[in-house]
Structures are given as C-alpha cells and as structure tokens.
Design a protein around this ligand. Structure first.
Ligand code: PMP
Length: 331
C-alpha cells in the first residue's frame, strides 16, 4: 500500500492499479478460484479512465492538443465521464455528442462535470448529419487543435489496456491466472488485456461476454456480420451492432451471450453475496462465467479473473430500481 501514502499530485494519478478481490460466496458452486478486478476503483469509477487518459496523453505527446484545446467524443456513458474529468484537470474543453435515448440523469452528470453536451436524435441513420456520429465529426473538423477520441475505432484503446490492465493482472495473480472473463463493447479491454496475458502465457483462455441482440459472438465464429442477430437490449456498454476495429478477435478464444434479465439479477446477487456494488455489465460478466462453468470450462485448478468494469451507482434507475425491474419482467 504505497500508493496512497503522502500527497497525490492530482486525481488523474489515481487512474489504474485497481484491486483484485477474491470472490468467496458467489462462485463457490463452481470448480476453481474466482477473483474480480474492480475497475470502479478508478477515480472516474470505470475502466474508461484508462483509455481516456492514454488517448489524451498520446495526443499531447504528438502536439495535437495543448491547454485550451478541445476533446470530442460520442458517448453518454463512462467514457464521457472520464473525458470530462480529465479535461477539468488538464484544462481542456470537453464536447460530447449523445443520443436523445440517454437518460436526463446522465446528461446532467456530464454537464455537472463541465462537459458541453449536444443531444442528437437516436432514430436517424449514422450517416445523417444530425446523428451523434456526424455531429461529433463536424465539431472535430471545425475545431482547431481538437482530438476525436473515437473509442470504437482507436487502436490506443487496446494499447491502454495492454500497457496497464494486463500487466496489473499478471502481477496481482503472480502469473497464476488461467482464464480471463471480460465484457466486450469496443473490445479494448478484452483485446489489450488478453493480448498482454497471452504473451506471458499462451495457455491463458480469454473468454468474451456479449449481449443477446449483438453481432460480436457470431462475427467471431463466422467472420460475418449477421444482422438477424440484432435486436434491442438494455445492457449498456456490452456488445454492438457493428464490428469495432478496437476489437482484436484473434485474442479471444470464445464468446458467451447473456440476457438482460440474467445479467441484472446476477448483478444484484453480487451485491448480496459479496458486498460489492457493481454495474450492469459486471452482472453480465459473472452470468457468462456461470454459463462457461456449466459448459465445463473450469477445473479445480482454474484461477479465473473477472473484470468488473464500473460501479452500481450509475444504474440506480435501472437494475437497482425494483419498479424498473418489474416493468422489464425481471422480478
Ligand atoms: N462495461 C461498461 C459499463 C462499459 O461502459 C463498457 C464500454 N463500452 C464495457 C463494459 C466494455 O468495455 P470495452 O469497451 O473495453 O469492450
């Protein structure tokens, strides 16, 4: 515990070096030992702090941005919060284009963090000038000394996890890890962490988690995007209806898909059994781990690391709200 001794220079120095916590009760019916990497211990409460800081500092090193410059991204989620936090500390303007599907809470949170938020219609094609993709691109083009984070198509997203999350897990497990279970959205976390770990020990299995309603699992298996797989779902940040270049599919051994209901109930089970208050995708990760266990993936010697990407406080109006759960038919 040297990290918190003395004075910390600023909040950004606390990005990364998150704890790996043994799960005692939740996985006791499965073979092997289970550990959760708690990314909510980042100062912005999610794994996205790592990529946001890495991408911004890369742009600084390349001279693309300096104090007073502008950071642009399309997100209402964790990445937006991380970018807004970093922008305050480093003196940047942060502009986020979000869809009108985003909850007012999220928009208020980003505004409270000093971001300029452009709310764009969700029900227009990505190529429409009003879509949040096009709005962000236009702002980026028009704004001198701006950086477009573009997390789904930015290889620095993978690189951030290759440089930090992977080495941390290798060190924290003393090289004993046998399986890594990770939610796949942009794919940055699973690809970067998985690549680093496989370079240390090629026998480590990298197990992906996808959402029912997303194309990633099928694409991994067939190399084709099957739009028949696409359907609306509730879990935010998991899966996708396009193929992000921030996913290195060669690193991933296999995917499991989870349902909105199973992921929500499993997140609530984590709280009750471990005293950890995780986000929705953490529930998805544990649910997928249960499915992998049922498929016979683990033995008594398995040393399984689950990445829990964020904190439950972001989901008070969803999975931790009984009325919402009942409306969905989950309770
Ligand atoms: N969980 C949450 C809550 C997220 O916001 C994201 C990011 N989309 C993920 C999981 C997936 O992480 P990645 O984008 O690195 O695949």
């Amino acid at each position: 515990m040297t990290r918190h001794q003395g004075i910390t220079e600023n909040i950004l120095k606390l990005v990364g070096e998150t704890p790996l916590v043994k799960l005692h009760n939740i996985a006791k019916d499965f073979k092997g030992s289970y550990f959760a990497k708690l990314e909510a211990f980042n100062p912005g409460h999610s794994a996205k702090d790592r990529i946001a800081l890495h991408i911004i500092e890369d742009a600084e090193r390349k001279g693309i941005i300096k104090k007073g410059s502008t950071i642009v991204e399309t997100t209402s989620g964790n990445t937006g919060f991380s970018l807004a936090m970093i922008s305050i500390v480093k003196g940047y303007k942060c502009i986020l284009a979000v869809s009108d599907k985003s909850s007012q809470d999220k928009i208020d949170m980003l505004k409270s963090m000093g971001a300029e938020v452009h709310v764009c219609p969700a029900n227009v094609p990505a190529a429409d000038p009003k879509s949040y993709y096009e709005v962000a691109k236009t702002i980026h083009k028009k704004t001198k000394n701006s950086v477009y984070i573009n997390q789904y198509f930015n290889e620095l997203n993978i690189d951030a996890h290759y440089r930090t999350t992977g080495p941390e897990i290798w060190e924290q497990t003393g090289g004993k890890i046998t399986h890594l279970v990770v939610a796949s959205g942009t794919g940055g976390t699973i690809s970067g962490t998985g690549k680093y770990l496989k370079e240390q020990n090629p026998d480590i299995k990298i197990l992906g988690v996808d959402a029912i309603g997303s194309v990633l699992k099928k694409y991994h298996e067939t190399g084709k995007i099957d739009m028949n797989e696409v359907s609306p779902y509730k879990i935010e940040g998991l899966g996708k209806n396009l193929i992000p270049t921030a996913t290195d599919f060669d690193v991933i051994d296999v995917y499991e898909k989870v349902s909105d209901k199973d992921a929500a109930l499993t997140a609530r089970e984590i709280v009750k059994k471990e005293g950890i208050f995780p986000g929705y995708t953490s529930g998805a990760v544990l649910q997928a781990t249960k499915q992998y266990a049922d498929l016979g993936m683990f033995t008594k010697d398995s040393f399984v690391v689950l990445i829990f990407p964020d904190h439950g406080s972001r989901y008070m109006n969803k999975i931790y709200n009984d009325s919402w759960m009942k409306e969905q038919g989950f309770l």
